[in-house]
Design a protein around this ligand. Sequence first.
Ligand SMILES: NC(=O)c1ccc[n+]([C@@H]2O[C@H](COP(=O)([O-])OP(=O)(O)OC[C@H]3O[C@@H](n4cnc5c(N)ncnc54)[C@H](OP(=O)(O)O)[C@@H]3O)[C@@H](O)[C@H]2O)c1
Length: 264
Amino acid sequence: MKINGKLVLVTGASSGMGEGIAKAMAKAGGRLILLARNQAELDRVAGTITAMGGEAQAFSVDLKDADAVAKVAERITSQLGTPDIIVNNAGAGKWRFVDETTPAEAVEMMALPYFATFNVTHAFLPAMLKRNSGHIVNISSVASRFVWPGATAYTAARWAVRGFTQALRADLDTTNINVTLYESASVKSPYWEHNPGSAERVPGIGVIIPKLTVEDVGTAVVKGVERNKKLIITPFMTKLIYWNHVFFPWLVQWLLTKTGYKRK
Ligand SMILES: NC(=O)c1ccc[n+]([C@@H]2O[C@H](COP(=O)([O-])OP(=O)(O)OC[C@H]3O[C@@H](n4cnc5c(N)ncnc54)[C@H](OP(=O)(O)O)[C@@H]3O)[C@@H](O)[C@H]2O)c1
């Protein structure tokens, strides 16, 4: 889908990858709707986009709360219309073993990104279907494809996003609504400070993959939407690992496990 002039909603736009995606979408001519909880940070991002000559409106909402999402979706629809492009990016979750994770934390990790992705899609999909156009991008991670030790509930939530995305694409097969899944390796973003104790659990094999910037993520997502890609895998070294995984899944899995975090 061409982004110029389109209404683009980005969740988790107050920080990191969401901020990078929002700015890249604005550069491509998108009119931005920014969602997250922290109003001050959303206003900062909206201000930067406006200063670049773009358009951005910020809406504070807790995406875990389905009723709050439905209400903010009504406000957005009445004030701005139905988004043409939705990027479900908001996510959180500390990397922990099951025995280090409480059941409440596991529920919290499923809430973001999985239920947030469901809630936002659920709120806007009927209007997109009525109009029979749109593009939904769900941001996940290489953790939705591979597994490594010490990040169990985090990994399960990313597999949920991947399953939801593929099933949604099948649901929308007869429509003009496109669905893209984004999976990348590590990005230099505040994620690692927001989720302490996670960075040290990146498997040793990860050193062969260059770290992305949030600008790289924005560029990849813009390209993915413009080229209507089903899957965005970035950077190139991650693609090589994916291809290896197709032919030698046991080897890739063995390397991730053996170079992974060791239980103390
Ligand atoms: N960083 C990486 O290396 C990397 C790599 C691949 C995939 N990912 C995935 O990409 C996603 C975004 O990561 P990031 O690096 O951009 O992290 P980040 O810098 O910590 O940003 C997370 C965003 O989610 C929002 N958010 C969190 N809880 C929310 C809630 N309940 N309601 C609404 N918004 C909420 C935060 O805003 P507020 O706090 O203002 O609500 C923030 O804007 C995550 O799912 C992550 O797993 C990250």
